[in-house]
Design a protein around this ligand. Structure first.
Ligand code: SME
Length: 169
């Protein structure tokens, strides 16, 4: 077991420290599932006020049309979750289809939000792209409305930029 002592004073510093831990854990490891699993564990341990933290992976459909593309549940921490999410559906599918971070203060106000854990009130989903290819998304859920802000989005985007090349297998 790896132990980290992360004692950051503010959010940007917290994400920098998580990034250093993530860098150390994933450097030299090429297995994407192992790296996603450790990333989910780190985020779950060090980000306060979460009820779910994990990944959905992109399962490629028809490469010429994109038909059949969907996300499939990957490593996570929290309650058992829905397994397959079509591109364009819910917060995760929207992040996958647009390749844009989705910062949702109130999941009940998000059209098509997919409820996996009824406790979830707010959500942050960050697309993971390497070499122009969407590998999947990072999904964080919180029971607190408005839990995530622009600093969380920027922090998680930086973490996924670090992780993306280490998920390509
Ligand atoms: N709420 C997500 C589904 C995934 S779970 O929250 C883990 C969505 O709307 O895509």
């Amino acid at each position: 077991m790896f132990q980290f002592d992360i004692t950051a004073g503010d959010k940007p510093a917290l994400y920098r420290e998580i990034g250093q831990a993530l860098d150390g854990l994933t450097a030299g490891e090429t297995d994407p599932i192992a790296n996603m699993a450790n990333a989910a564990a780190l985020l779950w341990e060090w980000l306060p006020d979460l009820n779910w933290a994990g990944f959905y992976r992109n399962v490629d459909g028809d490469p010429s049309t994109g038909a059949g593309q969907e996300l499939v549940l990957g490593p996570f921490q929290g309650k058992a979750a829905c397994i397959r999410i079509p591109f364009g559906k819910g917060v995760c599918g929207t992040a996958a289809a647009t390749r844009e971070t989705q910062l949702v203060a109130d999941v009940h106000a998000f059209p098509g939000h997919i409820t996996c854990d009824a406790a979830s009130a707010s959500e942050l989903v960050v697309p993971i792209v390497a070499d122009g290819r969407l590998l999947g998304v990072l999904d964080l859920d919180s029971p607190t409305p408005g839990r995530f802000d622009a600093e969380d989005a920027a922090g998680c985007e930086a973490l996924m930029a670090l992780l993306a090349p280490r998920l390509a297998g």
